[in-house]
Write a protein that binds this ligand. Structure first.
Ligand code: CDP
Ligand code: MG
Length: 138
């Protein structure tokens, strides 16, 4: 069993797609082991997106991610990291496959509805940015 960090980003939360998105993950068999509604600070956004600092889109990304609440959650399941990334679809919704969360709900390649960890190392790092051990219901 593998765990991955998912964020429902401000665009999807504000358009009331939280329930639709969680239903997609649960129907695929993923178990929610942690979840919270929160608003990211700039400091938290910089920690989470550290590898993107300095890129041309970074300032807009930080402004967007801190603009409204997000839902942070940890999902558990077999091969969860790769499978959740496939359910989310490509970063740019114009390139995302039919039926993926980004194809269904993303506005653009920046305001793209969801985040999910991309490797076991990033999952371990990202989960502990948002949750402590007592908040994980294994
Ligand atoms: O989220 P994902 O792993 O699919 O994409 P990424 O390349 O790791 O980029 C992280 C996030 O930065 C994206 O999901 C977008 O919200 C944002 N981004 C952007 O606004 N413009 C880009 N050219 C690339 C990424
Ligand atoms: Mg990424």
């Amino acid at each position: 069993m593998e765990k991955t960090l998912v964020l429902i980003k401000p665009d999807a939360f504000q358009k009331h797609h939280t329930g639709d998105i969680i239903r997609i993950y649960e129907q695929e068999g993923f178990r929610i082991v942690a979840m919270k509604l929160m608003q990211m600070t700039r400091k938290l956004a910089a920690k989470h997106y550290v590898e993107h600092i300095g890129r041309p889109y970074y300032d807009d990304l930080e402004t967007f991610m801190t603009s409204a609440p997000i839902v942070a959650m940890v999902l558990e399941g077999e091969d969860a990291i790769a499978r959740v990334r496939r359910l989310n679809g490509k970063t740019n919704p114009a390139e995302a496959e039919e039926g993926t969360i980004r194809k269904l709900y993303a506005e653009s390649g920046s305001r793209n509805a969801v985040h999910a960890s991309d490797s076991p190392e990033s999952a371990a790092r990202e989960i502990h940015i948002f949750f402590n051990e007592t908040e994980l219901f294994d």
